[in-house]
Design a protein around this ligand. Sequence first.
Ligand SMILES: [Zn+2]
Length: 117
Amino acid sequence: MHELSLVASMFAILEEQARAHGATRVTAVVLKVGVMSGAVPDLLESAFEAYRKGTLAEGARLEIVVVPVKLRCPDCGGSTVREDTDFSCSACGSRRVEIVEGRDLVVDKIELETDGA
Ligand SMILES: [Zn+2]
């Protein structure tokens, strides 16, 4: 249940942000999920559905943006975006690549609503 704990910490962020802005509702959440983050978008979605009841984000829409792996090649200086797990440089074929994107799961955007604003 990796996703459930991810969603739990995500809700901590949502409620903190909502409080900080005096918002009464969270209407939308955009999550960026790196393909190497280890999180499965479908499971995140169902964890979100289960978790949001009774919270500020009860009616929120969840949007998941899958972030592909981005590699940087120290040999030729090129960068490569991979949708698969072939971690080699597309320009020179080097496998000494550095992963610069696609490992993280971040809350990218939150839409809030305030009463009577
Ligand atoms: Zn290269």
